[in-house]
Design a protein around this ligand. Structure first.
Ligand SMILES: C[S@@+](CC[C@H](N)C(=O)[O-])C[C@H]1O[C@@H](n2cnc3c(N)ncnc32)[C@H](O)[C@@H]1O
Length: 280
């Protein structure tokens, strides 16, 4: 048997152990990137082979806290893909403005840059006071950083450029305080944010929301898991709620494609059209 095949078996056993011992379900993640991340994890922890991860995983409950954050890819930025935020500002927020309360679920929020971007946009459109953003992820380390809202100052130049392209009305520097190497996001932005751990692979409906923003998360999942998550999103959205996916993700060819209409297919903005049983 070749080394690559033995490695494949070790990865299967590792993923199974993670699921059966702790309930973290990576079984339906896209295989190639998961393999790469498990191998990198083994190396980072000083092991020569993936199989060496299995024993500490089974016998040392603290070990899983080192594992899960390293399997997730919390890469993000403020106003990432500014055209998406511009489209959201122009095509979605004016509709949300007609609701007395606006609940938004930001799933897979990583270190929170997108959550603060949404809060800024809602503030500028006069909607933040009646909004609540539920920001979730499986990575506790990333979630803690998101809640802090402190970002490396060296990224702020790029973030500012994104903000302006996304239709920003002021200067991004109006929303943070710079000190030494860090930018600390203004406290008023955090008022209506709730951070929580939620696993899209295994947890149920999180809450009923007007909009779900889940970008650059589905790309890590296989088709089966993508469909599970998309069903979860459909069931979490109110009638005519909005869904925003990543630029490399789409509802086309998904099981629930017919339950949504494209608001802007280029920017991956969709609106739920499904009328639930019992509703007219
Ligand atoms: C590349 S980041 C995307 C961040 C942000 N949405 C963006 O587009 O900039 C992917 C995030 O998805 C999270 N993630 C991966 N699997 C998840 C799961 N099963 N449930 C919830 N979040 C998950 C990771 O922890 C990571 O923070």
């Amino acid at each position: 048997m070749k080394d690559a095949e033995i490695n494949d078996i070790a990865i299967d056993l590792f993923v199974e152990a993670l699921y059966r011992r702790y309930g973290y379900d990576f079984r339906n993640y896209a295989r190639a990137s998961l393999k790469r991340r498990v191998k990198e994890l083994a190396l980072a922890l000083g092991f020569n082979h993936v199989s060496e991860l299995i024993s500490p995983l089974l016998h040392d409950p603290a070990f899983v806290d080192q594992v899960v954050p390293k399997l997730s890819v919390p890469v993000t930025e403020m106003f990432r893909d500014p055209a998406v935020f511009l489209a959201m500002r122009r095509q979605v927020l004016p509709v949300l403005a007609s609701y007395p309360r606006i609940n938004i679920w930001q799933a897979g929020c990583a270190t929170g840059e997108e959550v603060y971007s949404l809060a800024i946009m809602l503030k500028e459109e006069g909607l933040y006071d009646r909004a609540r953003i539920y920001a979730t992820d499986i990575n506790d380390v990333a979630l803690a950083r998101a809640e802090e809202g402190i970002f490396a100052l060296r990224h702020l130049k790029d973030f500012s450029a994104n903000y302006l392209k996304a239709g920003g009305r002021q200067s991004l520097s109006d929303y943070y305080h710079a000190a030494y190497e860090h930018a600390s996001m203004d406290r008023s932005l955090k008022e209506n944010m709730v951070f929580a751990r939620h696993n899209l692979a295994s947890d149920g409906v999180f809450c009923e929301v007007n909009m779900i923003v889940c970008r650059n998360v589905l790309i890590y999942f296989d088709r089966l898991l993508q469909n599970r998550v998309l069903r979860l999103f459909r069931d979490s959205l109110i009638r005519q709620g909005f869904l925003c996916l990543g630029t490399r993700e789409s509802l086309r060819f998904s099981e629930i494609g017919d339950d949504f209409a494209a608001v802007d297919e280029d920017q991956k903005l969709y609106r739920k059209v499904l009328i639930a049983v019992g509703e007219s």
